[in-house]
Design a protein around this ligand. Sequence first.
Ligand SMILES: Cc1cc2nc3c(=O)[nH]c(=O)nc-3n(C[C@H](O)[C@H](O)[C@H](O)COP(=O)(O)OP(=O)(O)OC[C@H]3O[C@@H](n4cnc5c(N)ncnc54)[C@H](O)[C@@H]3O)c2cc1C
Length: 373
Amino acid sequence: MTRAFDVVVVGGGIAGASLAYFLAERGVTDVLLLERESQPGSHATGRSAAVLAELDPISTLQELKVGSAGFLRRPPPGFAETPLLEPSGIMILLREPFWSALRQLAPLIEQAGTRLALLSPADAAARVPVLLAERFDGAVLLPEDGHIDVHALLWGYLRQARRRGVEQRLGVEVRGVRVEHGRATAVVTADGEIAARWVVNAAGAWAGAVAALAGAAPIPLVPHRRTIVVFDVRLDARAWPMVASDADQLYFAPESGGLKLSPMDEEPMQACDPQADDVAVARALERLARLAPALVPHALRRRWAGLRTFAPDRVPVVGEDPRVRGFFWLAGQGGCGIETSPLMGQIAADLLVDGRTERFDARRLAPERFATA
Ligand SMILES: Cc1cc2nc3c(=O)[nH]c(=O)nc-3n(C[C@H](O)[C@H](O)[C@H](O)COP(=O)(O)OP(=O)(O)OC[C@H]3O[C@@H](n4cnc5c(N)ncnc54)[C@H](O)[C@@H]3O)c2cc1C
């Protein structure tokens, strides 16, 4: 057995990295972060659409996003060399009855901290001139939201944590979790066991597998594939906001001189290294032809896919396992693990250090909500 740590974090994506950072901020540096791949952020974190959009039908997610946005807009001095957030705007196209519902809710949403503007179809089409205005009844613009520099955010967390003494080991897979008298006491790797007071499950799509190693509560987390493609456009799209339409089941945004587009596919699957879904892309391009025909590409420049991992209620799972003491969940971030990482990392750090948090009603995230009698 090598030396013991206060906290061993399993997973070097945005979840594990943000926790390592906020633990170090709280003075807890006897922390080891283990990542199986040779690079941190190789899975969901490195494959996201990189968006902050503070509008979510699930109130818990909405609050986590709003509570995280301040950090993304104004990170602590020295955290990163470049801005974390480019407020390029998010424009969400709506049809009835959702447009009327959103108009009614708009004052409440603003009161809760999200700046927004309601646009007529003509106003929306003036901002993104390729849109066919008859395809939607109105749009909501989030002018202060936009593109997150995920690389800068991830490496900001990791570098600052390391500077304060957190140890990070890449290429190390956790293959077992030792549990004694109902308490997790160590992780098992190819190089032996590493003792820990806390074992944190930040394993993304593999969180269910890591939980099974510990005999923890069987929370049904399901990875879902999502595809993104990048293509060239003949127009200058650099100043456009991201455009999202649930009715057309797609979103697109400027990306390195062209556009990135997602068919918003949600294919449930086992944890894996997923490939882009070409059929979903082809169908999305048919839908794009109805919403913005001038954008339909002849060729794709790049395509990739990643896994968004959801609990049944699509709310993250954060807290100590109800069965195995010392085993802590930080999983199920679904489609918003990047934009919520500042507040989620702080909540998790508070719970590990103090057993409670003043920042959020942590019961809404607790793994107990899935405990069966
Ligand atoms: C296409 C797509 C678009 C998205 N768009 C957005 C967006 O716009 N905004 C947003 O906020 N979020 C978005 N998301 C969601 C976001 O990417 C995820 O919620 C977030 O990255 C999850 O982070 P994570 O650290 O939990 O998981 P991951 O990044 O997957 O990290 C988990 C890590 O654990 C490691 N691991 C697993 N098992 C072990 C083990 N046994 N031992 C050691 N290491 C292990 C893995 O190698 C992996 O690196 C998107 C996701 C996808 C796929």
